[in-house]
Design a protein around this ligand. Structure first.
Ligand code: SF4
Length: 246
């Protein structure tokens, strides 16, 4: 008699996806989730081994090499609607990295992150703390624009995250600043509101990590400007402290 595969309920599928993401971040060679681990949380599941996706983790020697390898990515449906793949911009040896959520309309047309009104505001913020695009690195969690600028979906972020992880591995920044709730919560793997993640240093795989508002939010809510100014001053002070020790 033919055997049918056990059905996965949504809770178990979510647990497996989370485990797979953790495995990607930890750099394992293949993404294998053993259901026997998940089984403790769901006694109905049969003991079996499921391969979600086999994916060799490949490391690159430079951002250029990495870009060439991934710029035609078709891992998710955003590849069908993008105009341009938006990799990142800035100094490959930057100590400070800014991570937004995804390209918008202007970025999708130009192939560069943060080039619209929000990008111009980010440039002003950088100038105010004596940084610029040549001595920092600016990128997004997703490399392709979600239609109508909707929020990135969890599966899109899970598929795209290894690219960001490799960019971080190559650049090796001392400080990462998440711009906005989406990148902050995704990278810290938390649902804590952005307001509660601000004004403190987090640890992201051994790298100092902080959170502030996305410049697009500042364009909508003027009241966030004061908080953002405090955040970027905190960033500048930490950078000065780190570089003074050299
Ligand atoms: S969003 Fe990321 S995973 Fe999806 S197609 Fe673009 S590069 Fe690939």
């Amino acid at each position: 008699m033919a055997q049918t595969k056990p059905e996965l309920d949504s809770k178990t599928a979510a647990l497996m996806e989370k485990a797979a993401i953790n495995q990607i971040e930890n750099g394992l060679d293949e993404i294998v989730v053993n259901l026997s681990n998940v089984r403790r949380k769901n006694s109905k599941l049969q003991k079996t081994k499921v391969v979600i996706k086999k994916s060799k983790i490949v490391h690159y020697n430079s951002l250029d090499e990495h870009y060439k390898a991934i710029c035609n990515c078709k891992k998710c449906d955003l590849s069908k609607t993008r105009n341009k793949f938006v990799y990142g911009v800035g100094n490959p040896n930057a100590d400070v990295m800014f991570v937004g959520e995804a390209p918008g309309r202007d970025e999708d047309l130009k192939g560069e992150p943060f080039v619209g009104r929000a990008g111009q505001l980010l440039d002003k913020i950088l100038t105010a703390i004596d940084f610029n695009r040549d001595n920092t690195y600016i990128l997004n969690m997703l490399k392709c624009r979600p239609p109508e600028n909707r929020d990135p979906q969890p599966e899109e972020m899970a598929l795209c995250l290894p690219y960001l992880a490799e960019q971080i591995r190559i650049i090796q920044p001392k400080i990462i600043c998440a711009l906005g709730r989406i990148s902050a919560q995704a990278l810290l793997q938390t649902k804590t509101p952005l307001g509660k993640l601000r004004k403190q240093w987090h640890d992201f795989n051994g790298i100092l990590f902080m959170v502030t508002y996305h410049p697009a939010a500042l364009l909508r809510f003027q009241s966030y400007k004061k908080d953002t100014w405090e955040d970027v001053q905190m960033l500048r002070a930490k950078y000065d402290e780190l570089t003074a020790k050299k």
